[in-house]
Design a protein around this ligand. Structure first.
Ligand SMILES: NC(=O)c1ccc[n+]([C@@H]2O[C@H](COP(=O)([O-])OP(=O)(O)OC[C@H]3O[C@@H](n4cnc5c(N)ncnc54)[C@H](O)[C@@H]3O)[C@@H](O)[C@H]2O)c1
Length: 343
């Protein structure tokens, strides 16, 4: 693929989120051209066909079938999480670059296997952590790195949704670890992005409040000790009676000389960032104007990494650290003990 030619993209997994990628994300970048769409479920493939009106012979039931007839540079994996690692390995072995939705894999062993194949094949594997590509986290990460209010000592993160009275057949209720794996991975990844530090140890408590209809814990509280005595208190819930937060949550960063607070990824309200210097009034900050936001930002970072031959910020090698925070939080909650994370 030359730098002037668009990246030829095959997308696999055409469920609700996959169709949203195909309709409102991929077409936004001139540097990408979608050439094939795959789903193992004929109904999902047909729904995608109806929505996208793609050229003939561009929709397939498997990656293997698609690759027999399509010229492709990269694969975007938006299939169910259980299929992420096997599809990524198949695509990498076929010599293709891979952009995969979160969670990257369901076990660390599977994630490591993907990273190893990418290294051997000399191909890029990147996880789309779209929450990083929002104005507030971008600005706050810069404020923290520049130590605008000095060092960060304590961080509070609250995420709340109100699925208190869902329809009992809602699929989400049966998902494995709907909070700590499927959702909190975004928040854990943002902690790593903003603090640019590693976690030394964590302790998690996860539960279902009496009214929860979820199979696995819908609520959790996690304490994470990052390097240099920075502690994060995380509270998340799918079944909270309190007002909902934006998807990225409500954050407060306690620093040496004051507090930084932010919210991000609300469906209706723009991101906000405020700082309050000790003894002074709170001040709302102007947000950076990002050229590519959310998933478009992820896709653009993927294309740029391939063009420049550099490792993207959320490469598989990096993202396994965020995945590990989810998986170790689940283990901590199940075994009711502190988990030490050796480097
Ligand atoms: N980043 C975000 O903000 C965000 C938001 C929503 C969903 N997601 C992620 O996107 C992914 C998809 O979510 P969804 O809600 O669309 O799920 P979904 O269950 O609606 O759709 C998944 C699709 O993948 C297909 N599929 C599964 N295994 C396959 C295989 N081996 N080959 C081909 N097709 C296969 C299924 O047939 C289905 O159509 C999940 O990993 C989810 O966590 C991310």
């Amino acid at each position: 693929m030359g730098k002037s030619k668009p990246l030829r993209l095959l997308q696999i997994g055409m469920g609700g989120w996959g169709r949203s990628w195909a309709e409102s994300v991929v077409p936004k970048l001139k540097t990408v051209k979608a050439v094939a769409w795959v789903d193992a479920n004929p109904d999902a493939l047909e729904a995608a066909r109806q929505a996208l009106k793609p050229p003939k012979k561009s929709c397939f039931a498997s990656l293997e079938n698609a690759l027999e007839v399509s010229d492709v540079d990269a694969v975007l994996i938006t299939a169910s999480a259980v299929a992420h690692a096997p599809i990524a390995i198949e695509a990498l072995k076929a010599g293709l670059h891979v952009l995969v939705e979160k969670p990257f894999a369901l076990t660390l062993e599977d994630a490591k296997a993907v990273i190893d194949v990418a290294r051997v094949q000399k191909r890029t594997v990147m996880v789309s952590q779209n929450y990083r590509h929002q104005p507030a986290p971008q600005l706050v990460a810069r404020l923290v790195q520049e130590q605008t209010l000095g060092q960060v000592g304590v961080v509070q993160v609250d995420f709340r949704r109100d699925n208190m009275y869902p329809s009992p057949d809602m699929a989400h209720l049966q998902w494995a670890q709907p909070l700590l794996l499927d959702m909190a991975i975004h928040h854990f990844d943002l902690m790593r992005f903003i603090l640019q530090k590693d976690v030394l140890e964590l302790y998690a408590h996860a539960w279902n409040p009496a009214w929860s209809l979820y199979r696995d814990p819908a609520s959790a509280a996690v304490n994470l000790e990052f390097e240099n005595n920075t502690v994060v208190n995380y509270r998340g819930s799918w079944v909270s009676p309190s007002p909902v937060t934006p998807w990225a949550g409500e954050w407060k960063l306690g620093c040496e000389h004051g507090e930084i607070s932010f919210t991000s990824r609300d469906n209706n309200v723009p991101d906000t960032v405020k700082i309050r210097k000790c003894g002074k009034r709170e001040q709302k900050l102007e947000l950076p104007n990002l050229e590519f936001v959310g998933r478009v930002g992820s896709l653009n970072a993927f294309v740029q990494a391939i063009h420049t031959g550099t490792e993207p910020a959320t490469s598989g090698r990096d993202n396994i650290k965020s995945l590990r925070l989810s998986l170790e939080s689940i283990r901590s909650a199940q075994e009711k003990r502190v988990i030490h994370l050796e480097r």
